[in-house]
Design a binder for this molecule. Structure first.
Ligand code: FMN
Ligand code: SF4
Ligand code: SF4
Length: 406
């Protein structure tokens, strides 16, 4: 391993990450051998699997599906670590991994604040470099609230239901701050649409970074002919799924963009959600992220792709004249304009008759009356064309091009 390939430092709360890539909390950070492998493959940090004290009511063997075509990962059933397992993993990880920054990711599901404090104290004693307080898991009380609203009052709020409430988030962070000097990260939920405001409050309360985003809760595809059978193997019921992977990226970019706009340039943001390539990571940074969290891609492909990402990131930076990641962080903040400021040029689409196979797909477009089929090929009336581009994307022969009129 070439050391300098992985060198692109970022600091969070005084802790130096050798590069901006961390393994986000999930199934690939549950065992010591996974942490060791992540370190060998050059990852800067790992947020270990979520720990609970006590374990929540939802704690099962994992049932996952990766829907390749939709680029969507979904799960409901998942195994969390007990406090003792989490502490052992942290202690062992600190002994065996010399460079990897280890972050404790934990939640507490009872109503009091002492449990949050106890987790912080014990993880600090176990050697954690940082603490990531999980205000985001959609698969705890939030899942049950949505699937079974009538029992809502009986449950203490946790994970994504708690993370939508600034008051609770502030209180937990302030109480945690009282008992530890470790840098804190708040992992914030996008559910409820309050992610920017809650992040702002989290920084006020004393975190060194916010981490955005976790999974979104949704209903995974069902077989309408056999709707009682879920898509998961070895599972009896349909359930709401925690959705992750590339499909989530546009929403995750928006979340990071909103947070950066709200909190300003100084605070550190960890951007997570659907990152599956170096280009995805750069987009996330251009929207405001300092560090990139990756979970689903490590589930599907392990850890070794990071070397390739780092190589192409370095090449990209060189070609673009960027010295550090800060040279391209936030670049999209200026570029993403409000809808009221759009500039649109006139133009029309044209068919190249040489390429057209007369398949007729473009003629079927429901919102367009500009395209007709002639004996030889499809043809577009430039006066009726509004320049929307749908035909260009539909044509299997790439036979349609846009002509700009400035
Ligand atoms: C199976 C699975 C388990 C996860 N477990 C945790 C967890 O224990 N703690 C946590 O903060 N996030 C957890 N996450 C969320 C991820 O860390 C990440 O925020 C989310 O999946 C979006 O990123 P991705 O598209 O790269 O997976 C989990 C995600 C998946 C898919
Ligand atoms: S660009 Fe839009 S409006 Fe113009 S021909 Fe194609 S589908 Fe019709
Ligand atoms: S979709 Fe393309 S190939 Fe098919 S008729 Fe239209 S222009 Fe021709």
């Amino acid at each position: 391993m070439k050391d300098d390939l992985f060198d692109l430092p970022v600091k969070i709360g005084g802790v130096e990450f050798k590069n901006p890539f961390m393994v986000a909390s999930g199934p690939t950070v549950k065992w010591i051998s996974q942490l060791e492998q992540a370190e060998r493959e050059g990852w800067a940090a790992a947020s270990i699997k979520q720990t609970f004290n006590p374990r929540p009511y939802l704690n099962f063997d994992p049932r996952y599906r990766w829907l390749k075509k939709e680029k969507l990962h979904t799960f409901t059933a998942e195994y969390r670590l007990s406090m003792e397992e989490g502490l052992r993993l942290m202690e062992e990880g600190r002994k065996r991994c010399k460079e990897l920054i280890l972050i404790a990711n934990y939640s507490y599901v009872k109503g009091d604040l002492e449990g949050w404090q106890e987790a912080a104290i014990r993880f600090e004693a176990a050697g954690a470099h940082m603490l990531e307080i999980n205000f985001c898991c959609p698969n705890m009380s939030f899942n049950v609230d949505l699937s079974s609203p009538e029992t809502k009052e009986a449950r203490p709020s946790s994970g994504a239901s708690m993370g939508q409430d600034e008051r609770s988030v502030r209180l937990v962070i302030e109480k945690t701050r009282e008992v530890t000097r470790l840098p804190l990260i708040a992992k914030i939920t996008p559910e409820g649409g309050r992610i920017a405001e809650v992040s702002y409050v989290a920084f006020e309360a004393g975190v060194s970074a916010v981490s955005s985003v976790a999974n979104r809760l949704g209903i995974p595809p069902i077989d309408i002919w056999n709707y009682k059978k879920p898509i998961y193997n070895l599972q009896g019921q349909n359930t709401m799924g925690c959705l992750s992977g590339p499909w989530i990226k546009p929403l995750a970019l928006r979340d990071v963009f909103e947070i950066r706009n709200r909190v300003g340039p100084a605070p550190v943001i960890i951007g997570t959600g659907g990152v599956a390539s170096m280009e995805d990571a750069v987009e996330m940074m251009m929207c405001g992220a300092d560090v990139i969290g990756v979970c689903t891609e490590t589930m599907l492909s392990g850890f070794s792709f990071l070397g390739k990402w780092m190589g192409s990131l370095k090449d990209y930076m060189k070609k673009m004249g960027f010295q550090t990641y800060r040279d391209f962080r936030d670049l999209l903040l200026q570029e993403i304009k409000p809808a009221t400021e759009l500039t649109l040029w006139a133009g029309y689409a044209q068919v190249d008759p040489e390429k057209c196979s007369s398949c007729g797909l473009c003629v079927e477009i429901g919102h367009c009356n500009a395209i007709v089929m002639t004996d030889e090929a499809a043809s577009i009336d430039s006066k009726l064309c509004h320049g929307c581009s749908t035909c260009i994307d539909i044509c299997p022969q790439k036979a349609i091009l846009m002509t700009e009129q400035r």
